[in-house]
Design a protein around this ligand. Structure first.
Ligand SMILES: [Zn+2]
Length: 98
């Protein structure tokens, strides 16, 4: 009566053609970083949807030709330099500085 379970190999093949709006978050490392560009303000909002991370940043002066991926590259540069203000809105933790 041995129940044999076949080994299943999950194949996750994603062939979805849509513009990449999800990027790897430099803080939590998940693909939960979303970028939205406000063309009228030349501003891009970068936010991480990982609740344990909650990274948020605003990048101003976005050139019209910039796509999300360009904004992401620029954001990473600034993030590495430490020249962009980044906030974290973690749900459970409250870090109060001052
Ligand atoms: Zn994150």
């Amino acid at each position: 009566m041995g129940r044999r379970s076949r080994k299943r190999y999950k194949k996750v093949v994603q062939v979805v053609r849509k513009p990449p709006t999800r990027f790897q978050c430099p803080t939590c490392g998940l693909m939960t970083l979303s970028i939205s560009i406000d063309r009228s303000e030349d501003v891009a909002i970068i936010s991480c949807s990982n609740q344990n991370c909650g990274l948020r940043a605003t990048l101003r002066g976005i050139p019209k030709i910039y796509q999300e991926v360009d904004v992401y590259a620029k954001f990473l540069d600034k993030f590495t330099e430490g020249s962009i203000e980044v906030t974290y809105s973690r749900g459970s933790e409250h870090e109060v500085e001052g």
